[in-house]
Design a protein around this ligand. Structure first.
Ligand SMILES: [Zn+2]
Length: 689
């Protein structure tokens, strides 16, 4: 293990000097950005920069690597969003939902003892530490202490009432995060004993069902521990997990599941819901699977493995892709009709897979998709206050009710907003979405590229600050922006002493015409779908301004329908909403939402120059940008209604094939960002004129 305290006096001096720089540099450029009022925080509470743990041979280092947890601090709207999560279900779930309450098996009780406690912790821990929230840290600590203090002599961890490997895969993810934030000396020995036990047990008690299909998530923790201990048995365990785990790379080399899955196809009625066919077409499993190739490539060093994430995404998008960035999965792969749903667990697991894959592969397209999910599908499936969520969200969501829906295998409650609609996995698992996104905004450039070693990478964009150590020097970077609602981002880079390192900025595929200024002077124009690299001798207060063109554009979907995008945001027609409480659920409630306005519009947009027909109104950031009442960007577009396009059983019928014609009068309709429209049309028929 790295010893970070070997020279305490030197380190104290260096940290106090660093704190001074943090205070100075955070004053810079504040007046330019309204949201930066959220930035102010006493330097006394700032985390200390720590050094990253690099991949240990013979593992193949990723292109980038994650900064040690605690290095990134969200600010602006992102900090506000995390606070909304903490003030909502995220910070109160254990008070109102017995499955993670005092009787949880993960607290030694007789209650739920499978995945829900670990799921909750996997997001609660980063949320608590990102917010420096003592109340939330104390809540998480109870489960952590019980887990660490009740290891069996064999090495087994977790509730004795089940011996399933799967929930232990999740608790390992929670423990690794907790260890990085706290340095708690109990974590590594407990993990070490458990993984030695598992290696000995697996030959006679192999991975099965969920753990067989989600082995790649355990591999992350095995690699994490190997990088800290170097124990050779961990490589043996990695190989055994691969051998016993499902072969996701083979599934996507020759992808067979190109149609909407049905209950009959997977023989659900015959009790085969946990057989391979059902689990291979299960949405959450596919979302988790996307990381498999890149993570395994750290062991295999095979180019095909490294490329597998992009291939999986491409296949899922081709046959099941939706305009909110997701693939359909309600709860199995469901085709491209935008009335099909996507499960919230899949949204957050897909995001986590993209974060891990982006770090290893360094493909900017993975960052584009990560932002698309984070800024659209994630907020779109919660109420504004994050006290209620859906199980399934639909891009064309015209009603959330108990009406029969077109789901492949899910129940009628699936798109209600509530405590635990359909099934409680998402209730326990959603917590990881925003916090892990915040921890992935900046990465370190890795050992694969020696010229970029110890540089910083802006992998995804949102307001934040970073404190880290590059080439032995403390560095503070402030990112001020209202992105994705505004295309301007300002970075203020402040090393403790002037040093040279590369700063790489992800340029999204849609960002043709991006400009970069360094201390006010124009830098060469960057290419879309690349990382713009700025290598220079940085001194305190240097600033980089990047301007992404936020021009509305069109994408094509099911039945040649169109969606309107601007930057990473997808825009929807916000149908009038009537929220009807179905029942109280402890501190929260379950809601149905019924439409109060027509929604069957076709858009009149010139595909060659969509911005001509779309007027953009920017009212600036004023509150939660994912809430309908305070969303800052509105698009006005011409449309005509299509009478024959109706809803049945609370779901929009398949869109008519575009282009369409309509005799209905021309109207101007307003589009808002997808996340703010809880009833919405996102894929529209394209009207000829
Ligand atoms: Zn779920």
């Amino acid at each position: 293990m790295l010893d970070l305290t070997s020279d305490r006096s030197t380190r104290r001096r260096f940290l106090s000097r660093f704190a001074l720089f943090c205070a100075t540099s955070s004053q810079l450029g504040r007046s330019l950005f309204a949201s930066s009022t959220w930035l102010v925080k006493s330097v006394d509470t700032l985390p200390k920069p720590t050094t990253a743990v690099r991949d240990r041979a013979p593992l193949i280092p990723g292109k980038f690597s994650f900064l040690p947890l605690g290095s990134i601090r969200p600010t602006g709207w992102l900090l506000n969003q995390l606070q909304i999560q903490a003030d909502g279900l995220g910070g109160h779930l254990d008070e109102t939902w017995p499955d993670v309450g005092p009787d949880s098996g993960w607290l030694g009780g007789k209650g739920e003892s499978w995945e829900r406690g670990p799921y909750f912790l996997d997001g609660l821990i980063p949320l608590a530490y990102l917010l420096h929230d003592a109340r939330l840290k104390a809540r998480a600590q109870k489960y952590i202490d019980w887990t660490l203090n009740h290891q069996e002599p064999s090495g087994m961890i977790g509730p004795a009432s089940n011996d399933d490997w799967w929930p232990r895969i999740v608790i390992l993810k929670a423990l690794t995060q907790y260890q990085e934030y706290t340095g708690d000396g109990r974590v590594i020995p407990v993990m070490d004993r458990y993984l030695r036990y598992q290696l000995a047990e697996l030959p006679q008690r192999p991975l099965r069902d969920w753990s067989k299909f989600r082995w790649q998530d355990e591999l992350l923790s095995v690699i994490w521990l190997y990088n800290r201990t170097g124990s050779a048995y961990l490589l043996e365990l990695a190989n055994l997990l691969r051998k016993q785990g499902y072969d996701w790379m083979a599934q996507f080399t020759n992808f067979q599941y190109t149609e909407r899955i049905t209950a009959e196809y997977i023989k659900l009625e015959k009790g085969e819901g946990l057989k391979d066919l059902a689990l291979a077409t299960h949405g959450v499993n596919n979302g988790q699977a996307i990381k498999t190739g890149p993570v395994w490539a750290q062991v295999s060093n095979a180019g095909a493995d490294r490329a597998a994430a992009s291939r999986m995404i491409s296949e899922l998008n081709k046959y099941h892709g939706l305009p909110n960035g997701m693939f359909s999965c309600d709860e199995h792969l469901a085709g491209r009709d935008p009335s099909q749903g996507s499960e919230l667990c899949t949204v957050v697991e897909y995001m986590f897979s993209l974060e891990q894959s982006l770090a290893i592969v360094g493909d900017p397209a993975l960052g584009d998709r990560l932002e698309q999910l984070a800024f659209n599908a994630l907020p779109g499936t919660f109420t504004d206050d994050m006290w209620a969520h859906q199980y399934n969200q639909e891009p064309n969501q015209v009603e959330c009710s108990l009406h029969h829906k077109p789901w492949t295998t899910d129940g009628p409650e699936s798109n209600l907003y509530g405590l635990a609609p359909n099934f409680g996995c998402c209730t326990a698992n959603f917590h990881q979405g925003w916090p892990k996104f915040a921890n992935s905004l900046f990465m370190l450039s890795g050992a694969q590229d020696t010229t970029a070693q110890d540089g910083l990478v802006a992998a995804a964009y949102a307001p934040c600050e970073v404190r880290t150590v590059l080439r032995g020097t403390p560095v503070h970077v402030v990112e001020e922006t209202d992105y994705p609602f505004n295309g301007s981002i300002r970075f203020t880079v402040s090393p403790a002493v002037p040093i040279t390192f590369p700063l790489q900025l992800r340029i999204p595929a849609w960002a043709t015409g991006t400009t970069i200024l360094i201390n006010g002077e124009a830098a060469p124009a960057p290419f879309p779908s690349s990382f713009a690299r700025i290598e220079r001798r940085w001194k305190a207060g240097d600033h980089v301004e990047i301007k992404f063109p936020m021009v509305p554009r069109i994408s094509r979907w099911f039945n040649n329908s169109i969606a309107i995008e601007r930057g990473p945001l997808v825009f929807s027609y916000g149908i009038g909403e009537n929220w009807v409480k179905l029942r109280d659920r402890g501190q929260t409630a379950d809601w149905q939402v019924f439409p109060t306005t027509p929604w069957n519009y076709a858009l009149i947009v010139d595909e060659a120059s969509p911005s001509k027909a779309i007027a953009v109104y920017d009212t600036g950031m004023a509150g939660n940008p994912f809430a309908r009442k305070s969303t800052p960007i509105r698009l006005s577009v011409k449309a005509r209604r299509i009478d024959k396009w109706r809803a049945e059983d609370g779901a929009a019928n398949p869109l008519p094939q575009s282009p369409v014609v309509s005799d209905a009068p021309e109207e101007n309709i307003t589009l808002i960002n997808y996340g703010a429209a809880k009833l919405r049309i996102t894929a529209f028929p394209h009207c000829r004129s």
